[in-house]
Design a protein around this ligand. Structure first.
Ligand code: IPM
Ligand code: MG
Length: 354
C-alpha cells in the first residue's frame, strides 16, 4: 500500500525547506520499508498570484484525499495590502477547517547542544521539554465576526464537546510523557474559560495517572519565562495557544528547529513553527530542521512509523552535535552550512547511522 503525502511549499523560504524535508522523508520511508508518493499543490500567496485565491478548490480536494500533508509556510509583505478574505493566512485557516484539524501539537524541546542560544540563563532552560496542545478549530478564530461603523467584533465561544476532545488529546499525550497537564484559561474573567476549566477538570479526572492543574493565561506567560522546566503538557484554546506557543518557542532561541502537527480525525498537517521569512527567501540559508522534524512527526502520527520518526530525530541531533549550523544558529568555531547542505548531512546520517 502506498501512502499519499501532499506537499504545500507555500511562500518565502517554504519552497527551499519543503524540498529538503521531502527528500529526507523519501529516504527515511525507503529505509523503513514504507511506500510513499508525493504530490505538490499550491496554497497561500503563491496560489493567490496564479489562481486568484489562497486556497484553490483543487488544493482542498488534494488534501482531503491525502494521508498526510507537509507544509512550508505562507504569507509575506507582498500580500500585506490584500483584503482580509484573500490573505495567504486564510489558506492555513481554511485547511484547518476543511480537514477538521482541531489539535495542534507544538513540542518545545531544548537540545543540550543548543542551550546557549536561549535568551534565558542556561540553567533555567536546560532540559526544557514542553508540549503545547492548542485547540485549533474553534474559539475566537472561528466565532461570529464582523464590523459595523466604528465597531468590530470577534466572538469567543467553546462548547463542552470541543473542550473535551482537545483535553483528551492532551491527556493521551501526557500519558506517554510525565503525566502533567496544565490547562490554561482566563476563568477569572471569561465565561468560555469557566466552561473550559470545569470541563478540563472533569475529563482529566477520568484519566489515571494524569495530574491536572489550572493556570490563568497571564500567569502562564510569566511562568514560561521564569520556570519553563516546570511544564510538561499545556492545553489551551486557540488564541491563547497561538500566543503562548510563540513565547515558548522563542525562549529556546532556536525557533528554526521547531516542528508542529495539526491533527483531526483524518489526515494530519505538519509544518514548522516559524514563518515564511521573506527576507532570506531564495538565498539557500534557511534552517530546514523545523520542517525536517515536522516530517518526523508526520511519520509518527499519520504513518504510525515511530522507528522512522526516530531515525530522523537522531540524525538531526547528531549533525547538530557535530557542530553543523545554518546561519541562524552559526557561531565561531562551528561549521556554517546551507539549507541544502544541512539536508544532505542529515540524509547521510539516516543512510549510514553510526
Ligand atoms: C500559527 C499562525 C497562524 C495562527 C496564522 C498564520 C493564521 O500564527 O499557526 O500560529 O494564528 O494560527
Ligand atoms: Mg501563531
Amino acid at each position: 500500500m502506498s501512502r499519499n503525502i501532499v506537499v504545500i511549499p507555500g511562500d518565502g523560504i517554504g519552497t527551499e525547506i519543503t524540498a529538503v524535508a521531502q527528500n529526507i522523508l523519501s529516504i527515511t520511508a525507503k529505509k523503513a520499508g514504507l511506500n510513499v508518493d508525493f504530490e505538490e499543490v499550491p496554497a497561500g500567496g503563491a496560489a493567490l498570484d496564479v489562481y486568484g485565491e489562497p486556497l484553490p478548490q483543487a488544493t482542498v480536494a488534494a488534501v482531503k484525499a491525502a494521508d498526510a500533508i507537509l507544509l512550508g509556510a505562507v504569507g509575506g509583505p507582498k500580500w500585506d495590502a490584500v483584503e482580509a478574505k484573500l490573505r495567504p493566512e486564510q489558506a492555513i485557516l481554511g485547511l484547518r477547517k476543511a480537514l477538521g484539524l482541531y489539535a495542534n501539537l507544538r513540542p518545545i524541546r531544548v537540545l543540550e547542544t543548543l542551550v546557549d542560544y536561549s535568551p534565558l540563563k542556561p540553567e533555567n532552560i536546560r532540559g526544557v521539554d514542553i508540549l503545547i496542545v492548542r485547540e485549533l478549530n474553534g474559539g475566537i478564530y472561528y466565532g461570529e465576526k464582523g464590523q459595523e461603523g466604528d465597531r468590530a467584533w470577534d466572538v469567543e465561544n467553546y462548547s463542552v464537546p470541543e473542550v473535551q476532545r482537545i483535553v483528551r488529546t492532551a491527556c493521551q499525550a501526557a500519558k506517554l510523557r510525565r503525566g502533567k497537564v496544565t490547562s490554561v484559561d482566563k476563568s477569572n474573567v471569561l465565561f468560555t474559560s469557566r466552561l473550559w476549566r470545569k470541563t478540563a477538570g472533569e475529563v482529566a479526572a477520568e484519566w489515571n495517572g494524569i495530574e491536572m492543574s489550572h493556570m490563568y493565561v497571564d500567569n502562564c506567560a510569566m511562568q514560561l519565562v521564569l520556570a519553563p522546566q516546570s511544564f510538561d503538557v499545556i492545553v489551551t484554546g486557540n488564541l491563547f495557544g497561538d500566543i503562548l506557543s510563540d513565547e515558548a518557542a522563542v525562549i529556546t532561541g532556536s525557533i528554526g528547529m521547531l516542528p508542529s502537527a495539526s491533527l483531526g480525525d483524518g489526515a494530519g498537517l505538519y509544518e514548522p513553527i516559524h514563518g515564511s521569512a521573506p527576507d532570506i527567501a531564495g538565498k539557500g540559508i534557511a534552517n530546514p530542521v523545523g520542517t525536517i522534524l515536522s516530517a518526523a512527526m508526520l511519520l509518527r502520527h499519520s504513518l504510525k512509523a515511530d522507528d522512522a520518526a526516530m531515525m530522523i530525530e537522531k540524525a538531526v541531533e547528531s549533525v547538530l552535535e557535530e557542530g553543523y549550523r545554518t546561519p541562524d544558529l552559526y557561531k565561531i568555531g562551528l561549521t556554517k552550512v546551507s539549507t541544502e547542505e544541512m539536508g544532505k548531512l542529515i540524509a547521510a546520517k539516516i543512510e549510514r547511522p553510526q
